[in-house]
Design a binder for this molecule. Structure first.
Ligand SMILES: Cc1cc2nc3c(=O)[nH]c(=O)nc-3n(C[C@H](O)[C@H](O)[C@H](O)COP(=O)(O)O)c2cc1C
Length: 251
C-alpha cells in the first residue's frame, strides 16, 4: 500500500474504468474508512456496492466517463458552507486512501445521473457528490486524456497559491510542500480557488475569488487536507480550523 503522500503525488481524476470488480478485501478497507470518517465528523458518507448485481453503482455521464463502476461513495453531509468544507476535507482523506489501495477515483459533483443513486438523507443534509471507485483502465482513452490535459492546462503557477510578505522561494520548506500539495489536488473544474496566506507568522487559508459557488467550499476543505499531508511529509504536523481564514496550527 502506498503512503498518504505517495498517493497524493499519484492521484489524478480517473474517468475510464475497466470491468474488474474491486477486490473484496479492498472494499472492506474502504468501508472502514467511510465508517471512520462518519464517526470523526458529522458526516453521512455511504458506500454503494453493486458487485453482486448487474447494475452500476452510479451512472456516470458518458461524455466524460468510460466503463462502469460497481463501487461508489455517496458524499452526504450537512448543507451550507461549513458542511461543504467538511465534506471536501474528509472526501480527500477518502480519495487518498482509495488511491493508496490501488483504486482509481474522481470527485463528481455534476456529471452523473442523480436518479441512479438513492442516498439516505437526514434533515439538513444533501448529496454533495459521488466518488466512483474502480480500477483505471490500462490505457486511458483519448477522450479522457484530452479532458484532463485541457482542464489542467489552466493550472495556476505555484507562486500564485501563496499570499505572503516573503517571496515563495524563501518560505519554510513545509509551507512550500503544503502549497505544492494544494496545487496537485482536485478542485471543481480545476478552478483552484484557494489561497494560502502566510503573514505575521500566521498561516491561514481562504477562497480568493469574489464570486463564490457552493463547490468552492468543497475545494477549500480539499485544499486544507492536501496541505496537511504535504506539510506533514516535510516534517510539520498540524491541524486546521475550519471556515474561511481558518488557521493552521502546527503541533
Ligand atoms: C468539488 C469537485 C467537483 C467535481 N465535479 C466533477 C464532475 O462533475 N465531473 C468531472 O468529470 N470531474 C469533476 N471534478 C474533477 C475535477 O475536474 C478535477 O479534480 C480537476 O480538473 C483537476 O484534475 P485532477 O483531479 O485530474 O488533478 C470535480 C472535482 C471537485 C473537487
Amino acid at each position: 500500500m502506498l503512503s498518504e503522500i505517495e498517493a497524493l503525488q499519484k492521484r489524478v481524476s480517473v474517468r475510464s474504468f475497466d470491468k474488474r470488480p474491486v477486490d473484496a478485501g479492498v472494499t472492506g478497507l474502504i468501508l472502514e474508512t467511510v465508517e471512520e470518517i462518519n464517526a470523526a465528523a458529522a458526516l453521512h458518507f455511504q458506500l454503494v456496492d453493486t458487485s453482486g448485481s448487474k447494475k452500476p453503482a452510479v451512472r456516470l455521464t458518458p461524455a466524460m466517463f468510460s466503463g462502469e463502476v460497481t463501487l461508489c461513495v455517496l458524499l452526504v453531509g450537512p448543507e451550507g458552507e461549513l458542511g461543504g468544507e467538511l465534506v471536501g476535507y474528509y472526501s480527500e482523506k477518502l480519495l487518498l486512501r482509495a488511491v493508496a489501495l490501488g483504486l482509481g477515483t474522481c470527485w463528481v459533483a455534476g456529471t452523473f445521473d442523480r436518479k441512479s443513486v438513492s442516498p439516505a438523507l437526514k434533515e439538513g443534509e444533501k448529496l454533495w457528490g459521488v466518488v466512483p471507485l474502480g480500477y483505471a483502465s490500462e490505457k486511458t482513452p483519448l477522450l479522457q486524456r484530452t479532458i484532463r490535459s485541457r482542464i489542467r492546462a489552466k493550472d495556476r503557477r505555484i507562486e500564485e497559491f501563496v499570499e505572503s510578505d516573503y517571496p515563495f522561494a524563501s518560505l519554510p520548506a513545509w509551507i512550500r510542500a503544503g502549497a505544492e500539495a494544494v496545487k496537485a489536488g482536485p478542485s471543481a473544474v480545476n478552478q483552484q480557488p484557494v489561497n494560502i496566506v502566510y503573514k505575521g507568522g500566521l498561516l491561514t487559508m481562504r477562497l480568493w475569488k469574489e464570486k463564490r459557488n457552493e463547490m468552492m467550499f468543497n475545494d477549500l476543505g480539499i485544499a486544507k487536507y492536501q496541505f496537511q499531508v504535504g506539510a506533514e511529509a516535510a516534517g510539520v504536523r498540524g491541524f486546521w480550523n475550519f471556515g474561511q481564514d481558518g488557521e493552521f496550527i502546527p503541533e
